[in-house]
Design a protein around this ligand. Structure first.
Ligand code: FAD
Ligand code: NAD
Ligand code: FES
Length: 273
C-alpha cells in the first residue's frame, strides 16, 4: 500500500502526487520509473519517478489522465492508498560530465526530463532546456526546469505563451547555428521523440529518448514492452527505458501503442458511465 501525501492539479488533466514510498525513494535515480496498481482489480501502469526525497521517504509522480487507469488514479485524494507500487524500475539515466546537453520535454514528459536535467546540472554540465506544451494552460514545471537550466526555451503549439511552434523548431535552430551540443535527451509523446531524432540525426548529435511502450510486469518477463533498436528486439523495462534515438524504430513503437485502442476506449467509456 502506498499513501498519497500531497496532490496538486498542475493543469487540465495533469496531476502531481507525492507518495509515501520510503524503499523506492531510498534507491530512486533519474530516468527510473514505478509500476502502479491503483486498486486490487486494477491493471499495472508505468509512471516516471519525477522527483524523490530520500529523507522524507517520498516520491513524486506527474501524470496525464488519458485512459481508465490514469483517471482512476486521478480520483484518489490525499490520504488514499494505491494497492501496489513497485520500483525503482529501469536503468538510471547516464549522466555525463563537461558536456553541453539539450533536454527536450514535451507535455507531461517535462516532469520526466526534470530529474535528469537537475542531476546533469549538478554534475557540472551546461544545460539547455526546451519544453513545449500544446497551450499555456497545459505547460507544467516551468519554474523547476528554469532552476536547473542555464537556458530555457518554452514553446506552445498555439503561441499562447513563449515561442509559437513545437519543440523541434528551437532545437533545429540551435544546431543550425553551429552551437556546440554534445547530446540531446528527450522525453514526451513518441511522435515528438521521433521528430527530435530526425532533427538531430543530420548533425550527428548523440540523442537519447525515454521510450513509453505499453508495459505489464516491468521486469523483463512478459515481453509487452518490446521495441526495436538498431534492428534488435529490446525490452524497454529492463534494457531501457532510454535508448539511442537514432536507432529506435519509432513507427513500430507508435503502431504498437495503438494495439489495444478499441479496448482502451471501451474501458474508458464504461468507467466514465
Ligand atoms: P489507456 O487505457 O492505456 O489508454 C491510453 C491511450 O491513449 C492509448 O491508446 C495511448 O496510445 C493513447 N495516448 C497516450 N498518450 C497520448 C497522448 N499524449 N495523446 C493522445 N493519446 C495518447 N505517463 C504519464 O502521464 N506520466 C509519466 O510519468 C509516465 N511515465 C511513463 C514511463 C514509462 C517508462 C512508460 C513506458 C510510460 C509512461 N507514461 C507516463 C505513460 C503511461 O504509462 C500511460 O499513459 C498509461 O499507462 C495509460 O494508462 P490508462 O489506462 O490511463 O490509458
Ligand atoms: P502533447 O501531445 O501535448 O505534446 C507535447 C509537445 O510535444 C507539443 O507541445 C510539441 O511541442 C511536442 N510535439 C508533439 N508532436 C510533435 C511533433 N510531431 N513534432 C515535434 N514536436 C511535437 O503531450 P502529452 O499529451 O502531454 O503527452 C505526453 C506523452 O509523454 C505521453 O504520451 C506519455 O506516454 C509520454 N511520457 C513518457 C515518459 C517516458 O518515460 N517515456 C514519461 C512521461 C511521459
Ligand atoms: Fe514485461 Fe517489459 S513490461 S517485459
Amino acid at each position: 500500500m502506498a499513501v498519497i501525501l500531497e496532490k496538486v492539479e498542475l493543469a487540465e488533466n495533469i496531476k502531481e502526487i507525492v507518495v509515501d514510498a520510503p524503499i523506492i525513494a531510498k534507491k530512486a535515480e533519474p530516468g527510473q520509473f514505478v509500476i502502479v496498481v491503483v486498486d486490487e482489480r486494477g491493471e499495472r501502469i508505468p509512471l516516471t519517478i519525477a522527483d524523490y526525497d530520500r529523507k522524507a521517504g517520498t516520491i513524486t509522480i506527474v501524470f496525464l489522465e488519458i485512459g481508465k487507469t490514469t483517471m482512476k488514479l486521478g480520483r484518489l485524494g490525499v490520504g488514499d492508498e494505491m494497492a501496489h507500487i513497485a520500483g525503482p524500475l529501469g536503468n538510471p539515466s547516464e549522466i555525463p560530465e563537461n558536456e553541453t546537453i539539450v533536454f527536450v520535454g514535451g507535455g507531461v514528459g517535462i516532469a520526466a526530463v526534470y530529474p535528469i536535467a537537475r542531476k546533469a546540472k549538478q554534475a557540472g554540465n551546461e544545460v539547455i532546456s526546451i519544453i513545449g506544451a500544446r497551450s499555456k494552460n497545459l505547460l507544467i514545471w516551468e519554474d523547476r526546469m528554469r532552476a536547473v537550466s542555464d537556458e530555457l526555451i518554452v514553446t506552445t503549439d498555439d503561441g499562447s505563451y513563449g515561442r509559437k511552434g513545437v519543440v523541434t523548431e528551437p532545437l533545429k535552430e540551435i544546431l543550425e547555428n553551429g552551437r556546440k551540443v554534445d547530446r540531446v535527451v528527450t522525453v514526451g509523446p513518441a511522435i515528438m521523440m521521433k521528430f527530435v531524432a530526425l532533427t538531430t540525426k543530420p548533425y550527428g548529435v548523440k540523442t537519447i529518448a525515454s521510450l513509453n511502450p505499453i508495459m505489464v510486469d516491468g521486469s523483463g518477463m512478459c515481453g509487452a514492452c518490446r521495441v526495436e533498436v538498431g534492428g534488435e528486439t529490446k525490452f524497454a523495462c529492463v534494457d531501457g527505458p532510454e535508448f539511442d534515438a537514432h536507432q529506435v524504430d519509432f513507427d513500430l513503437l507508435i503502431k504498437r501503442l495503438g494495439t489495444y485502442r478499441e479496448e482502451e476506449e471501451l474501458a474508458k467509456r464504461l468507467f466514465l458511465e
